[in-house]
Design a binder for this molecule. Sequence first.
Ligand SMILES: [Zn+2]
Length: 337
Amino acid sequence: MDFDELIERFGGVIATHQLLAAGETTASIRRALRSGALLPIRHGWYRTGAADADVVAAVSDHGVVSCASALRRHGLWTPDHPTALHSRLTRHQRRSNPDRCRRYGRPTPADGAIDDVATALQYAARCYDVEGFIILCDSALNSGKITPERLRADFGDAPAFIQRAVAKTHRLAASGTETAARVRLRNAGLRVRVQHQVPGVGWIDLLVGDRLALELDSIEHHTGIERYEKDRIRDRKLVAQGYFPLRLTYAQVFDDWDATYADIADIIGRGHHRSRAATWRSSDENHPSETDRALDGNDTPPPGGFQHPQLAHDLSPSHSVMTPTASFSLGPCSRPE
Ligand SMILES: [Zn+2]
């Protein structure tokens, strides 16, 4: 048996049914136990010597790793949560335990010691608030670990507010910070586009209105002089094309949103997010107003399945490229027309 694969996929913890499905026999499992290659955890579950302690703890306590802990192991962007280890009981272990993650509906049978992405999201839907759940779904979509169709189908019987949350997911969101900013700004009534292309610049994370260009920076993003230079060139080019670039960090979004949003609201109040009819030409004749933003279809991923923003943009009818035709001033007290 391939213990390296077991360690990688299930944290070094394996169930009898998985071993048998992989071609092992009762006799070969006994031999592995005698040799010490496998160690018993509880009835029907075994571990290797190098097994992940959290996975062993979850299985020892009649559960499996799920929710955010499973999603983190699958490489997804997971928001902070007070619970350190997210685990859940299986259908066959219905002991009441308020510390375990639960899902809406019946418990799911456990295929292994760590839930797959689709199952873990079911538990995260009840464990996280709506924003946290959307962040997890966005990360799963963006990494290609689940499709929009599967996501909608899996939550087809979920409570209405969960279905509304699923409808707000976006597969092009590149980070949880970006998702949180998008969700909060849209909840505030603003029209926000995801991964908007600017000729000569590339893709900006979020475009609020017509020209407030939000970039969500990670700590890693700003390490290195090369990145530092590129960011400043990018901002300069955005300004040259009439955009209003604004960089937000993880801390500004998650730890200091009130102050961050107050400044964004001030920028919007001054009309800096709006295009000027005399100086801009839009390729979208039916460009929606900000009050239309919630219904403009930008929350709906384009069909077909893709990862690269370039392709996404090409396929999406909801994106419009704003083409500047002349310069204009960004007066500090300029107001919308
Ligand atoms: Zn949980």
